[in-house]
Design a binder for this molecule. Structure first.
Ligand SMILES: [Fe+2]
Ligand SMILES: [Fe+2]
Length: 322
């Protein structure tokens, strides 16, 4: 949601295939799991839009299988690889790719926080957190990737409640999953919606998904609008920790979710183009990179790895994902 500016920027640039997060980066979750998630979410959203009411039963068993796939892939990550975001192929895919990323981030956070027993409930809540949007009467251009106009944002504030009504159609969806969908826009300082809940009144699992949701949305926007660097998104999340977001969740997330996928092509503050070759846990904005093009676009013949976490490279920043 709230991708209007981002989508407009993409449209302005005349891209037919919006390079939303098209980083060429290595996905941490297998393509089969991701494609299945997209397919299931797309079917569910289309059916809900056709029904125009929360009368469609979510495909519970299939969605659980997807979450199990995410859990298995995230659990098997090599130590140096962190969860990161998805490559989009089509402009309207953010409607499925965003929930998928939120599920990947949330599962990674839940596992890192030792919430193994309820990881499926958490992943399912993350996948379905915005499902109520399918029942919000918004312009068609939203569905084509335009995002929402300010006046439609107000209408969209009912989507958490509508989402819960969709979940009620299946008897096996847990109370934890419903709490996540109901509360993913609540904020620790009471500034969220729909109920303006505060602190411990917000379920701990909802706090995980709230944080993952914001991080995913901001990363997409930073990529399209170029108004923030991925590092600034990380800074923003850190600054909101303890205010809007649970600080333990933010700390955990930034230890296991990177704003840069391995293999991503990134622009450095030196003007050079580089590939992310390795991520460092706990230093999510300071990966190891290999320069591939000079500032003037010349191909680099031989290039050494630069560890941005080292003091001598302290002043070099990643300004954008290409
Ligand atoms: Fe939402
Ligand atoms: Fe969302």
């Amino acid at each position: 949601m709230a991708l209007r500016g981002a989508a407009q920027a993409a449209k302005r640039s005349g891209l037919t295939e919006v390079v939303l997060l098209n980083t060429g980066g290595m996905s941490v979750v297998s393509a089969a799991v991701r494609d299945r998630a997209f397919e299931l979410m797309q079917d569910l959203i289309v059916q809900l839009r056709q029904a125009g009411a929360p009368t469609v039963e979510p495909p519970y068993d299939d969605l659980v299988e997807v979450v199990e796939g995410i859990r298995s892939d995230v659990s098997n990550l090599p130590l140096h690889v962190l969860a990161s975001w998805t490559v989009f192929d089509q402009p309207d895919e953010y409607e499925y790719a965003h929930p998928f990323d939120v599920a990947v981030f949330s599962v990674a956070i839940a596992l890192a926080m030792g919430e193994r027993a309820r990881v499926v409930d958490i992943g399912l809540g993350a996948l379905l957190h915005d499902v109520g949007m399918a029942l919000v009467p918004v312009p068609v251009d939203y569905r084509e990737g335009e995002g929402l106009a300010a006046e439609d944002m107000e209408k969209a504030r009912v989507h958490p409640e509508l989402g819960v009504r969709v979940l009620r159609q299946h008897p096996r969806v847990s109370a934890f999953t419903k709490a996540i969908v109901a509360q993913h826009h609540e904020r620790m300082d009471g500034s969220g919606y729909p109920r303006g809940l505060r602190g411990s009144d917000i379920h701990p699992y909802s706090r995980i998904v709230a944080c993952a949701d914001e991080f995913s949305t901001m990363l997409i926007r930073s990529h399209l609008d170029r108004n923030m660097t991925p590092g600034e998104v990380v800074d923003y999340m850190m600054s909101a920790a303890g205010f809007e977001f649970d600080k333990d969740v933010v700390r955990t997330m930034l230890g296991c979710v990177s704003p840069f996928p391995e293999g991503a092509l990134v622009r450095l503050s030196t003007g050079e183009l580089a590939v992310v070759t390795r991520l460092s846990r706990g230093m999510v904005t300071r990966p190891v990179v290999r320069v591939v093009k000079e500032e003037d676009g010349r191909q680099v013949e031989t290039s050494e790895e630069i560890d941005l976490a080292r003091p001598e490279h302290q002043t070099t920043l990643i300004t954008a994902i290409e």
